[in-house]
Design a protein around this ligand. Structure first.
Ligand code: SF4
Length: 209
């Protein structure tokens, strides 16, 4: 499969924030979010076999692995890769952009689906596969990246309509007002966690960390 990069850092987003993690970033994405911060993942990368990927990941000696993109579900061998990682006793999170179905994803304790639902500021909100939301379990994450009040109101509507049972993350677009988003969530007593991107607080927009 086409891999953009593999690197060791800390998880900068979501409920695993701060945890040492090996990232496998696949290449290619069917979406074009207006604020996308991984444009290089649209086309960069090289073909790697599953064995080559596993060898590189095992070399870091880290238990947590995050498969991200781009869009990992575009890769035809993705489920075979996930199975191999799980066989090696890794805790695996898979970050997916919300446009492709997650129904074939393995459903076991040491795996987490991190599903984005894109809001209007992304200009990709009409491409979402909303039936994915009901497939998420309590240990999964549903993430909304919020740029403005319109995005926030949209996310609230989706939460109210689909009633997800997983953790709900509201993440401000990098550079937007974190405190404003916190104020809205507090005022509405929304059952969501407002989390910034830790890696960008530490390293800015540097790639591969
Ligand atoms: S889904 Fe992710 S990688 Fe694809 S365009 Fe949106 S932000 Fe970028």
């Amino acid at each position: 499969m086409k891999i953009c990069e593999i690197f060791h850092s800390i998880q900068g987003e979501g409920v695993d924030m701060g945890t040492p993690t090996v990232f496998i970033r696949t290449s290619g994405c069917p979406l074009r979010c207006k604020w996308c911060d991984t444009l290089y993942a649209f086309s960069e990368g090289e073909e790697m076999s599953i064995d080559e990927i596993i060898t590189k990941v095992e070399g870091y000696g880290v238990s947590r692995v995050c498969v991200t993109g781009g869009e990992p579900l575009l890769q035809k061998d993705i489920f075979a890769l996930l199975e191999r990682l799980l066989e090696k006793d890794h805790f695996v999170s898979v970050e997916t952009g919300g446009a492709l179905p997650v129904e074939e994803m393995p459903c076991i304790d040491n795996m987490r689906i991190v599903l984005d639902i894109k809001c209007p500021s992304s200009e990709m909100h009409e491409k979402m596969e909303f039936s994915n939301i009901e497939l998420l379990g309590p240990t999964d994450e549903l993430k909304f990246v919020i740029s403005d009040r319109k995005d926030y109101d949209y996310a609230k509507e989706i939460i109210s309509k689909y009633k997800p049972v997983c953790t709900i993350i509201m993440q401000p677009v990098w550079g937007s007002d974190l405190k404003q988003l916190v104020d809205w969530v507090i005022k509405d007593k929304l059952n969501a966690r407002v989390l910034p991107q830790l890696h960008k607080i530490i390293w800015g927009e540097k790639r591969g960390v």
